[in-house]
Design a protein around this ligand. Structure first.
Ligand SMILES: [Zn+2]
Length: 426
């Protein structure tokens, strides 16, 4: 039983604790509480982290690690479908080695900045399992499926993804499927995926209602995205029947296993339907700002009772000014969310970046909280103020975290231990 001590403990699942401590054993958390109550239970020398706030490792519910090196390459478009053309073009010039380097660089950015679990969309499943070995992060990998024509039958697309899941499956690995979006797939693929998810209990992630154009395409069967995809040979008979969320509902996809990504545009009744079916929503604040979408319907979703979590999306959709370099960083996402929603409390924002994300990825009670039985996934950021300011201090944190631990092992050891016992298991 090893003991960590910190000036402030922020369990997220309960109120912050001054002079707190976490007792750990076997990669899990044993007890959480005040230092003076736990100090005698330690076996071995406790580790005093000093002037820090100690909290659960952050959960980044939506990312595309393999696009990290596209940072700053695609200027924000005026029309969403133009961006789709740009990224398709950019991807054509990339080799497998480019994707590999990009994936690993992205994972390094997240580990440095306090993420310990990430839900990642894998456009290049061939990178796995090698890419996983390059990072200490817990990765939930969703295999991406795209196909707007029946040239490759949906059953074949799904069968290939299923085969990859089976091949990669092993204890401790987490895999799911990601039909990319309603507009970039056909209904048959969505229906078959929903059936597989029900049978296998696999988790799903789908981009949905991201742009006004997608909303217009499905709701009214018109608009520039509609015209472009029609010209590209997509069968458009699934359009004009209701919102993108309704479309997923018709295809049987709305369930507690689904992580709906973006959900920026809602029709009346959509928020209630998502809540009723237990669907989780991932909001990506900087990607949202990059595309200048209408305000994210945070209140409508929250009032309906939808579990809302945060994601970074890819760096291809994070604005990067001249001489700036954007990083995958959930603290930056929390700040972007706070700037767009000044009424939102710091504690709520941190919940979205931790416990809510864990729930969305099917890791409730294991990730995103400091609680007995949860994984010993912890991060520390500098903190020397009074306890009542701790959430504000966390939101203001910039750059690398002071320490990060995943399953009781240092992913980023605190400064003074780096020279001597870096990465030693506790
Ligand atoms: Zn995405």
């Amino acid at each position: 039983m090893r003991l960590l001590r910190a000036r402030a403990l922020v369990p997220v699942s309960g109120p912050p604790v001054a002079d707190g401590a976490v007792l750990m054993a076997g990669g899990r958390i044993g007890k959480v509480g005040r230092w003076r109550d736990l100090r005698r239970e330690a076996k071995g020398k406790p580790l005093d982290l000093g002037e820090v706030a100690l909290m659960p490792g952050l959960v980044n519910a939506h990312c595309h690690l393999d696009y990290t090196d596209m940072a700053g390459q695609l200027a924000p478009p005026t029309v969403f479908s133009d961006w789709l053309k740009l990224i398709t073009e950019a991807k054509q010039g990339w080799s497998l080695a480019d994707y590999q380097a990009s994936w690993t660089r992205g994972a390094q950015m997240l580990a440095r900045t306090g993420t310990t679990t990430v839900g990642d969309i894998e456009a290049v499943p061939r990178l796995l399992p090698g890419a996983w070995r390059t990072t200490p992060l817990r990765v939930v990998s969703f295999l991406e499926m795209i196909g707007i024509t029946n040239r490759r039958p949906p059953a074949t697309v799904l069968a290939e993804a299923n085969e990859t899941v089976e091949k990669l499956s092993a204890p401790g690995r987490r895999l799911g499927l990601s039909p990319h979006a309603p507009y970039s797939t056909v209904p048959e693929l969505l229906r078959l995926t929903a059936r597989t998810s029900r049978q296998q209990r696999w988790r799903l992630a789908v981009h949905v209602a991201e742009s006004a154009l997608e909303f217009e395409m499905f709701t009214h069967g018109r608009g520039s995205m509609y015209d472009w995809l029609k010209r590209s040979g997509r069968d458009m008979t699934d359009c004009g029947l209701g919102s993108p969320v309704r479309h997923l509902g018709r295809c049987g996809l709305l369930s507690p296993r689904l992580l709906a990504v973006h959900v920026n545009y809602l029709a009346r009744g959509d928020a209630d339907m998502l809540a009723r079916r237990g669907v989780h929503v991932a909001h990506c604040p900087r990607s949202h700002a990059y595309f200048r979408h209408d305000p994210f319907p945070l209140r409508r979703l929250a009032r309906a009772g939808v579990n809302i979590c945060l994601g970074t999306d890819s760096l291809a959709t994070v604005y990067q000014g001249r001489r700036q370099s954007a990083e995958l960083n959930l603290f930056a996402e929390m700040r972007s969310l706070a700037a767009a929603n000044p009424q939102l409390r710091g504690r709520k924002i941190l919940e979205m970046a931790s416990v809510n994300g864990a729930q969305a990825l099917g890791l409730e009670g294991r990730a995103g909280v400091l609680r007995a039985g949860a994984w010993a996934d912890l991060i520390a950021v500098s903190f020397s103020g009074p306890l009542r300011t701790v959430y504000r201090a966390i939101l203001e944190h910039n750059g690398e975290v002071a320490a990060s631990m995943i399953g009781g092992r240092w992913a980023l050891a605190p400064d003074w231990t780096r020279a001597t016992s870096s990465n030693s298991p506790l």
